[in-house]
Design a protein around this ligand. Structure first.
Ligand code: HEC
Length: 141
């Protein structure tokens, strides 16, 4: 009996540590080459950035935050936190194609949903490029 309960305790500690390790080791998927080769086809004109801003407000702000700092109203309870677009160097270090890929397909095992065609948000490619133009224009540091 005794050895069994020790084994059970050891197993639960193992599970617990496994869970912690999983959260720490989470990596956002790197986009396939076909995405990494993409460049935003839209210029960041006033109309594009305004359209992107409206989409950001409706679909992204609650997690990524009004200031792009990842501190939106819904961010607090998430296990894996939304990225801070405004963190120094973050956007400069990300290609258009990477930003587009995660917006389109989401990041598995996180609350970052897929927003692209066929998802519940069903954003068009132009809408996703507009929101990316808005994010770059507004939050790049
Ligand atoms: C419910 C919360 C939530 C909403 C709403 C949300 N995101 Fe995210 N987002 C996340 C989380 C969490 C991550 C971090 C994912 C990870 O660590 O893999 C993330 C990461 C990202 C990334 C990072 C990609 C990378 O390569 O690092 C981009 C780009 C992004 N989101 C764009 C958007 C856009 C655009 C919208 C709105 C159309 C949006 N997100 C809405 C939670 C959210």
């Amino acid at each position: 009996m005794k050895t069994r309960s020790i084994a059970a305790i050891a197993a639960s500690i193992g599970l617990l540590m496994g869970g912690v390790a999983l959260a720490e080791e989470h990596k956002t998927p790197v986009a396939p080459q076909s995405y990494l080769d993409m460049k935003n086809p839209l210029k960041d004109t006033k109309a594009v950035v305004e359209n992107g801003g409206k989409i950001y407000e409706k679909k992204c702000k609650k997690c990524h935050g009004e200031k792009g700092d990842g501190k939106g109203s819904a961010a607090g309870t998430l296990d894996i936190k939304p990225v801070a677009f405004s963190a120094p160097g973050f956007l400069k270090g990300k290609s258009d194609g990477q930003l587009f890929f995660i917006t389109d397909k989401g990041s598995p095992d996180t609350d970052m949903d897929d927003f692209g065609p066929g998802s519940s948000s069903n954003l068009s490619a132009d809408d996703m490029w507009s929101v990316i133009a808005y994010i770059r224009k507004t939050f790049t540091k």
